[in-house]
Design a binder for this molecule. Structure first.
Ligand code: DGT
Ligand code: CA
Ligand code: CA
Ligand code: ZN
Length: 574
């Protein structure tokens, strides 16, 4: 069972943090961080590469010494150096890393200069005003840390990003299928409903009587602890502290069990009530009339016997799906196959890793007839944002590529910053040469709600504004959305012919499911884009599709399902 790249990257990053806190040589610290980044963005599992006899030292940013260490992590999941560092440093000191805005460098400083080794020490130092007086901290940082500490104490338990859960689920499911006598495996729960984060995995299986599935399951390499093991149900905790339940169910009940464990709980309660109204009893074993099972084998059969069409898992949140099903008005949800192109991707012109040509070829390989390059504008200087000259150069290159390449059209786009006063970061005579403008906020996140909203509304008055990118600005589990009045913004988007992006990056999924539904109800077009910074990221599209389906979106609600000529027409504002 290979160790995942994300786990290797976590171990390397944590090692870098602890080395930095200890006060080790900054070059050594950086080497670990670079290696983590390289591993994280590999297109293939590092463990696989090693198995094939490849030398990781051939990868950028990884030397011979680190290659050997990564091999240890990839093979065992553990890393001696990290274990040692954890033993050397106080546990409570390490826990300070959970505070956003603090970071290893600052923790090192407060540890060495103020002898802070725990959250309590940190609180005392804050109260004594010592933090703000440290070099490089200041009053603002002090206030920031205070707020983050408060937030942390109120924070609900951490949920795992869907995309991480997917990595775990895919290899675990493949592993489970290898057990003796396994017939079928279903991943249920919030995972199947494509929620952006999941608390745990709920797996259902059918198998023969002599199956060894539970013994096989608890022997899985990534298991840290077996919490319980039984014939019908077992629970383990994986190395990443993530819990997994496996339940074996009889085939006659499989569909009913899948419905029950897919949830949501609210949906289950609603359909059970509907059953009761018809003198039927629904539970995870089946649908019963006077103790006789009248359905249970498949989901479709259970829904049908309840008088309902099949309801897609993404809709099962008790947000009106039952009423819609009863009236036979369920949406015909969008699928990955409906998508014709990606309208927000980066290239080496700014902070992307692959050239325009590489991105275009990768898009073509995914069956897209078009793709839009949308690199950053100059205000995002850390990403090497483009000024007018760079834009002109990029336009020339795209024109040439469009002559050279067949089967794919590259649209000239830009991700232009919305400046603080609501103007766009490039002059109109540059923007008018482009096919589309993806507009986004990248700084001044803390304006008041009305100011932030006005900033965006003003930007939409610019006739070049096509798409509002990652509208809420949230990073799941990391950064709260900025204050924005989405209703006002969607209203203005509708009036001005602007569209809103559903950014499919698994950390963002922005707009969220509820806002997708709101956009649909208000008649505002949605664009599902990946914000890819390298070719592999184009595959993030499926997370966007999951969120879109949760938001009831149909192909017609999403403009990048249109063929190129009608898309171009839609992008003309007048
Ligand atoms: P999660 O794990 O928090 O991301 O979300 P879920 O939906 O996967 O929740 P989980 O793992 O607690 O339970 C899996 C499913 O089992 C849930 O979606 C519905 C069902 N379920 C759990 N508890 C109850 C309950 O008390 N009543 C009913 N009707 N269903 C339940
Ligand atoms: Ca779950
Ligand atoms: Ca569960
Ligand atoms: Zn972007």
């Amino acid at each position: 069972m290979p160790v995942h790249n994300s786990h290797i990257a976590d171990v390397l990053n944590e090692t870098a943090d602890l080395l930095e806190i200890k006060g080790e040589n900054p070059f050594r610290v950086r080497a670990y961080r670079n290696a983590a980044r390289t591993i994280e963005s590999l297109g293939q599992a590092a463990a696989e590469l090693i198995e094939q006899g490849k030398n990781l030292a051939d990868l950028p940013g990884i030397g011979e010494d680190l290659a050997g260490k990564i091999e240890q992590i990839a093979k065992t999941g553990d890393f001696d150096l990290l274990t040692e560092l954890k033993a050397q440093l106080p546990e409570e000191l390490i826990e300070l890393l959970a505070i956003p805005g603090l970071g290893a460098k600052r923790i090192a400083q407060i540890h060495h200069q103020l002898k802070v080794s725990s959250v309590d020490d940190l609180k005392a130092a804050l109260d004594a005003g010592k933090i703000g007086r440290l070099e490089g901290f200041g009053k603002k940082t002090e206030q920031n840390i205070r707020e983050e500490l408060e937030k942390l104490s109120r924070r609900p338990p951490v949920r795992t990003l869907l995309f991480r859960a997917e990595e775990i689920a895919a290899s675990l499911a493949a592993y489970l299928k290898k057990a003796k006598g396994v017939k079928d495996i279903t991943l249920a729960g919030s995972f199947r409903r494509r929620r952006e984060t999941v608390r745990d995995l709920d797996i259902l299986a059918t198998c023969t009587k002599d199956s060894n599935i539970m013994d096989h399951f608890v022997r899985y390499d990534n298991v840290q602890k077996v919490i319980s093991q039984g014939r019908k149900r077992s629970t383990v905790m994986l190395r990443s502290d993530f819990h997994v339940d496996v339940r074996v169910v009889p085939e006659v009940s499989y569909g009913a069990a899948i419905i029950y464990f897919t949830g949501s709980k609210e949906h289950n309660i609603a359909i059970r009530k509907l059953g009761i109204q018809n003198d039927l009893k629904l539970n995870e074993y089946g649908l019963f009339k006077d103790r006789k099972r009248i359905a249970g084998k498949t989901e479709t059969e259970v829904y049908k016997t309840l008088g309902l069409p099949y309801i897609a898992p993404e809709l099962r949140e008790n947000r009106g799906e039952l009423e819609a099903a009863q009236k036979d008005r369920l949406p015909k949800l969008i699928t990955l196959e409906d998508i014709k192109g990606d309208l927000h991707v980066h290239s080496t012109y700014t902070d992307g890793r692959h050239s325009i040509e590489q991105m275009a070829r990768a898009a073509k390989k995914r069956g897209y007839p078009y793709i839009a390059i949308a690199d950053h504008s100059r205000h995002v200087s850390v990403a090497g944002g483009m000024g007018p000259d760079a834009v002109r150069k990029q336009i020339d290159e795209i024109n040439k590529l469009n002559e050279k390449l067949t089967g794919i059209t590259i649209l000239k786009g830009i991700e232009v910053d919305i400046l603080e006063d609501g103007t766009l970061d490039l002059p109109d005579d540059v923007l008018e040469k482009l096919d589309l403008c993806v507009c986004s906020l990248h700084y001044k996140f803390n304006l008041s709600k009305q100011k932030q909203t006005d900033r965006v509304l003003r930007a939409m008055d610019n006739p070049h504004f096509n798409i509002f990118a990652h509208p809420s600005g949230r990073l799941i589990n990391q950064r709260e959305p900025y204050e924005l009045d989405m209703e006002q913004i969607f209203k203005a988007a509708g009036v001005n012919g602007c569209r809103v992006e559903l950014n499919a990056h698994p950390d963002r999924l922005d707009i969220n499911d509820l806002h997708c539904k709101m956009a649909k109800d208000m008649g505002v077009g949605v664009v599902i884009s990946t914000d890819a910074h390298q070719t592999e990221h184009l595959d993030y599209m499926r997370y966007g599709i999951g969120q879109a389906r949760r938001g009831w979106l149909e192909p017609d609600d999403v403009i990048n399902t249109r063929p190129l000529d009608s898309l171009k027409r839609l992008l003309k504002r007048s």
